[in-house]
Design a protein around this ligand. Structure first.
Ligand SMILES: [Zn+2]
Ligand SMILES: [Zn+2]
Length: 133
């Protein structure tokens, strides 16, 4: 008998808008949150992006792999070279990778628990409450 895999660690699949870029992530999701920093706003074209992190060794690309753009000297964003969808963010040397909740299709069990960079958030949208315990 093997114990059932906890639902939270079941591998999840994600994709960009055009579908050329596909991936799976597995392992425990860490810190789902939104971010309204200037980089997230300009890159996404929207008022914020939404993120959750997974162990880097649990990430697998299938099909195309992302193109990368460094937004900081040691931190880069991964996006689809065909459609431009923002799908992930990776710090140099990190052991985890942040993927967008959007690329994952906004799984209902991954609800943002906080919002980063509230100081640069647009004033016309409610902010995500900090529900970390
Ligand atoms: Zn694409
Ligand atoms: Zn951001």
């Amino acid at each position: 008998m093997t114990s059932p895999t906890p639902a939270s660690t079941t591998p999840r699949s994600g994709a960009c808008q055009c579908g050329k870029l596909r991936f799976t992530v597995s392992g425990e999701p860490d810190y789902p949150h939104t971010c309204s920093c200037g980089h997230c706003q300009r890159l996404s074209g929207g008022p914020m992006m939404s993120w959750v992190s997974f162990p880097l060794d649990g990430l697998a690309w299938s099909g195309a792999e992302p193109s990368w753009h460094y937004t900081w000297p040691d931190s880069r964003r991964g996006f689809c070279p065909a459609c431009g969808s923002q799908v992930c963010a990776l710090d140099d040397g990190a052991t985890s990778i942040a993927v967008t909740l959007s690329a994952l299709g906004n799984p209902p069990d991954l609800v943002p628990v906080n919002q980063s960079f509230r100081e640069t958030a647009v004033p016309w949208l409610p902010q995500v409450p900090d529900t970390r315990s």
